[in-house]
Design a binder for this molecule. Structure first.
Ligand code: AMP
Ligand code: MG
Length: 356
């Protein structure tokens, strides 16, 4: 792409055009149920390198490969352990990514030279239509400039990628609003590398079902011995200091940061934070409805109140962008309890705050 080629805006009904551009080595931004993705043909190393250039992404951070369905798995992966396959079947299509041994067809640039590849089958109808027309796997990280919050609506995707890609699909707002859960299964042990809408509670339930199935079949297959290994969010930070390739390479980079300074606080500490940072250049994000003019908001210029964890997740990145556009210097964000979707929200908020 040269400076003279403007980015085309595609209607979601023209998924076949998006697929044609991808097939020809182009970059296409498209909506998924999690966030907007920046796609390239995963078999085309040149196209995939352009993803890193368009995002300003470090080449050591591997890409997730998106498939239209489970039948495409042999294109990208080698032998998969039974527990990994069962989890993928259980949570696909959806916001679930699994790390599996890679096939030789996947170029090094996609996996940052690792011998594993991250695979996801999205549920968004627009993404599925594009992937089905493609017939090949599509590598697609979030469509933001590296380090910034991911785009969850068309306008944000356009702001990040206009002029850097061949086409952007004008799709709907993303239903989930946070990136997929990333999981690795090794010797029957399940490890969460990134928190997302497929929660640890859901994983535990699925694993218990697998164990029951194994027991009913009268065998002690690997899936039966799977356990979710609990590694709390801040442990990711420890990977920064790790020598050699990190287990979850993406976690060592700066992520999700708005321009304003974000202060992430527990509910019990909100009042103190408002006393200290409240004012006309401050925004407040809280897990309850907020009324403008309430004295306890200390004159914050932007108030975002969410009535559920799902609502908070869906709106988070859009609110961060609105804060930057509104000229806020400080964002005070309430940390939800660390359960269910609350874990993924805490992870993103703490990283946005630069806490790990
Ligand atoms: P995103 O940039 O939002 O697409 O995030 C992709 C995430 O998946 C990053 O944290 C990557 O480091 C992680 N990832 C991708 N491929 C692998 C892999 N082969 N092994 C471990 N983590 C991976
Ligand atoms: Mg990303």
């Amino acid at each position: 792409m040269t400076a003279r080629d403007p980015t085309i805006i595609l209607d979601p009904a023209h998924a076949w055009r998006a697929a044609d551009i991808l097939r020809a080595g182009g970059l296409v931004v498209f909506p998924t149920e999690t966030v907007y993705g920046l796609g390239a043909n995963a078999f085309d190393p040149r196209a995939c390198s352009r993803i890193f250039a368009a995002k300003g992404r470090p080449t050591g951070n591997p890409l997730i490969v998106h498939l239209a369905g489970l039948d495409q798995l042999p294109l990208v992966a080698q032998r998969i352990e039974p527990a990994a396959r069962l989890l993928l079947e259980r949570f696909s299509p959806g916001p679930f990514t699994i790390i599996v041994p890679r096939s030789q067809r996947i170029p090094d640039v996609v996996t940052a030279g690792l011998c594993s590849v991250a695979v996801r089958i999205p549920s968004s109808p627009v993404a599925r239509a594009i992937l089905t027309h493609c017939g090949f796997p599509v590598a697609a990280p979030s469509a933001n400039r590296s380090g910034r919050p991911s785009p969850t609506d068309f306008d944000s995707a356009l702001e990040h990628m206009d002029g850097r890609v061949e086409a952007i699909v004008r799709g709907p707002d993303c239903e989930i609003g946070l990136e997929s859960t990333v999981v690795r299964v090794e010797s029957g042990r399940v490890r969460v590398l990134r928190e997302g809408a497929v929660t640890r509670e859901m994983l535990r339930e699925a694993i218990a079902d697998l164990a029951r199935l194994d027991a009913a079949a009268g065998n002690s297959a690997e899936s039966g011995s799977a356990t979710v290994e609990l590694c709390s969010g801040p442990e990711y930070g420890a990977l920064d200091a790790a020598e050699g390739p990190a287990e979850a390479p993406g976690t060592r980079y700066r992520h999700y940061r708005p321009e304003a300074a974000l202060i992430a606080v527990e509910r019990a500490d909100l009042a103190v934070a408002l006393d200290r940072y409240g004012g006309c250049a401050t925004a407040l994000l809280a897990l309850r409805p907020l009324q403008s003019g309430e004295v306890q908001h200390r004159g914050c210029s932007l108030l975002f109140g969410f009535d559920s964890l799902d609502h908070y997740a869906r709106e988070l990145y859009r609110c961060l962008r609105a804060c930057d556009q509104g000229g806020c210097e400080t964002i005070i964000a309430e940390l939800p309890p660390a359960a269910g979707m609350g874990r993924a929200l805490r992870d993103r908020l703490l990283r946005a705050a630069g806490r790990y």
